[in-house]
Design a binder for this molecule. Structure first.
Ligand code: VGL
Ligand code: ZN
Length: 202
């Protein structure tokens, strides 16, 4: 069962959004086109309460991109983004959602961030995605979306650890940190995640 996971293609990650990923909007038509090639399609949605621990605004004296420690774990502080029920948390208006089988929301617990669509950053709580995919008989998992170096990367990592054959669709994803992205791709390749183009999928 060929499965596509679309990560966080939401307004706040688009140019002009509060946590804009460069060229984030360019992937929308590519994702729309590639969906035809899949049997099962799921999407993740970053979905934070307003008082979320990852927002710099909730830590007086801190600013976005500072790194603090929470329960011994490093946490990058972000601008407020993807607040539940806001425009910024909605999917890009041109993203085709008609064929989606399920949406998994993450980052809903104010106490902990969740980059991966599978588990929170402490690997304590599951979103239910792994069980869902196994129940549906998913085997090959293709992941794309935003941001390629953060939520896409951590989702690929967890999918791989769950035992799925994993593919990163590079042209259907964009990183937040363009300069640092080669290192992330090297890590993917080292794990055994295949880096492909949308045109390689038939
Ligand atoms: C993301 C930072 C904070 C992402 C989500 O979707 O990559 N990055 N929240
Ligand atoms: Zn977030």
């Amino acid at each position: 069962m060929k499965t596509l996971i679309i990560i966080d293609v939401q307004n706040d990650f688009m140019p002009g959004g509060s946590l804009a990923v460069p060229n984030g909007d360019k992937i929308v038509p590519i994702i729309n086109k590639v969906q035809d090639q899949f049997d099962l399609i799921v999407a993740s949605q970053d979905w934070h309460p307003r008082d979320h621990v990852s927002f710099a605004s909730n830590h007086p004296g801190r600013k976005p991109y500072d790194v603090i420690h929470i329960h011994g774990q490093p946490q990058t502080l972000w601008p407020d983004h993807c607040v539940q029920e806001t425009f910024g948390a909605q999917f890009h208006p041109e993203l085709n959602t008609e064929r989606w089988d399920a949406i998994f929301r993450k980052g809903t617990d104010r106490e902990i961030d969740s980059y991966s669509a599978f588990y929170d950053n402490g690997h304590m709580k599951s979103t239910g995605l792994a069980d869902y995919l196994k129940e549906k008989g998913a085997s090959q998992i293709f992941i794309c979306g935003l941001a390629a170096d953060i939520c896409v990367y951590y989702s690929l990592y967890d999918a791989f650890k769950e035992g799925f054959a994993c593919f990163f669709i590079e042209d259907a994803s964009q990183p937040l940190d363009v300069e640092g992205f080669q290192l992330i791709k090297d890590k993917m390749a080292y794990l055994g995640i295949q880096i492909i183009s949308s045109e390689d999928i038939h």
